[in-house]
Design a protein around this ligand. Structure first.
Ligand code: CA
Length: 404
């Protein structure tokens, strides 16, 4: 454990010096640039690095994290040591403190130019629940599910930062009892509480990323809400999978928690039976002990536990590159909805209301799906390396009326 930070209020907080999430911010009329969060402050890195004559100064003047993310694990570790020294060594304080900005004086921006976006389906409890709701007469899991992490390619251009309003999507839908499809605003707008992983070091076309090389390629972790229009999805998804019911918006946190900050969060997977093929074999703890809270209009409606996920993020990365598809800096892959085994751990309203049949209470109001004006906040915490818990960036979004 490193020495305590001198930044007022930061020691023991969810943004202590053992966390140091990266973000992109603006301050007044200044151009967007890179900072790290410490307590309730953002450290403006570019001027501090320039004063230290560090070669990385230009990385912090960028309007996205991508140039930094592509530098590789060794550089990231060195920068983490440097920033830790800045924030813990008393002699640094007089030079560094002028570049600490109060969190409420900056505007957080989209942190990453997202390359390709893949969304997985890695929770056995979620996949089983959805299978049971939609195919009650069949096995809940399809035959491939325990042999590979099922996923699809999503739409990178509509990945938006936390705080972006979500316009209720228009689209086609058709209930089984309807004679013909109709067009209009989605009536079954939903969330999916997920975790997102960002690629740092890229891979070349034709190469594969081994499960064991995950930490060399994963830069960090974001909170992620995969907004879903279930009625549009239900009509369109056969046979090629999710399309317009998903592509209208995916929200991510503006803070990116470095993978190194999660060193104390690794736990064993709940167990994989049958054993996966050798290219998906894991050695040691591969799951993450991350607690999630789903907050609707100020009320916690669910607490999905990430440690219950069947497939690990390293297996997801290995699988999405096993065919030789290259991975670029800024690529994003998401876990799929995180759901635990019991109702109060379900990570979507589809599951919380069990297929819209069992309304759930939100501060005295009943819900099965999202209404206009609803605000969703996803919060994430994990064990920190210095003890206590760190907070992975939260993801917020408010539902705006459709534009018919
Ligand atoms: Ca999803």
């Amino acid at each position: 454990m490193s020495a305590a930070t001198w930044v007022p209020g930061a020691a023991g907080s969810a943004y202590d010096v053992d966390h140091l999430p990266w973000g992109v911010f603006t301050h007044g009329d200044d151009t967007a640039r890179v900072g790290v969060r410490i307590g309730d402050h953002v450290l403006d890195l570019a001027p501090v690095a320039a004063a230290d004559m560090r070669p990385e100064a230009a990385l912090f003047e960028a309007a996205t994290l991508n140039p930094l993310m592509g530098q590789g694990r060794t550089v990231h570790a060195e920068l983490r040591r440097w920033i830790t020294d800045l924030l813990t060594v008393a002699e640094e304080r007089s030079d560094v403190e002028p570049h600490l900005l109060a969190i409420d004086e900056v505007a957080m921006q989209m942190p990453v130019e997202v390359g390709d976006y893949v969304d997985f389906y890695a929770s056995e409890h979620h996949a089983s629940a959805v299978g049971t709701i939609f195919r009650p007469d069949q096995e809940p899991l399809l035959p491939n599910w325990k042999h590979l992490p099922v996923g699809y390619h999503g739409r990178a251009g509509t990945v938006v930062p936390s705080g972006t309003g979500i316009v209720r999507p228009m689209g086609q839908r058709k209930n089984p009892s309807d004679a013909a499809p109709v067009f209009g605003p989605s009536g079954r707008l939903d969330i999916e509480a997920e975790l997102g992983f960002l690629a740092g070091t890229p891979s070349g076309l034709g190469e594969r990323i081994a499960v064991g090389d995950f930490a060399d390629h994963c830069f960090g972790v974001v909170g992620l809400n995969d907004w879903s229009a279930r009625d549009i999805q239900g009509w369109e998804y056969v046979p090629l999978g999710p399309f317009l019911g998903k592509s209208f918006a995916t929200s991510i946190s503006t803070w990116v928690t470095p993978l190194a900050a999660l060193d104390a969060a690794w736990v064993d997977l709940p167990g994989q039976d049958p054993a996966p093929l050798p290219y998906l074999a894991v050695d040691g703890p591969a799951g993450l002990d991350i607690d999630i809270e789903v907050v609707l209009n100020g009320h916690v409606v669910s607490r999905p536990p990430y440690r219950t996920m069947y497939w690990s993020p390293a297996q997801m990365l290995a699988h999405m590159s096993v065919n030789g598809a290259s991975v670029r800096t800024g690529d994003l892959w998401a876990s799929g909805t995180v759901s635990g085994p019991v109702r109060e751990e379900r990570g979507s309203f589809l599951e919380l209301s069990w297929g819209w049949r069992e309304p759930f209470s939100v501060g005295g109001e009943e819900r099965v799906a999202l209404e206009d004006g609803d605000e969703v906040v996803l919060r994430y915490t994990a064990p920190a390396t210095g003890g206590g818990r760190l907070a992975i960036g939260e993801v917020t979004g408010t539902v705006l009326p459709a534009r018919p």
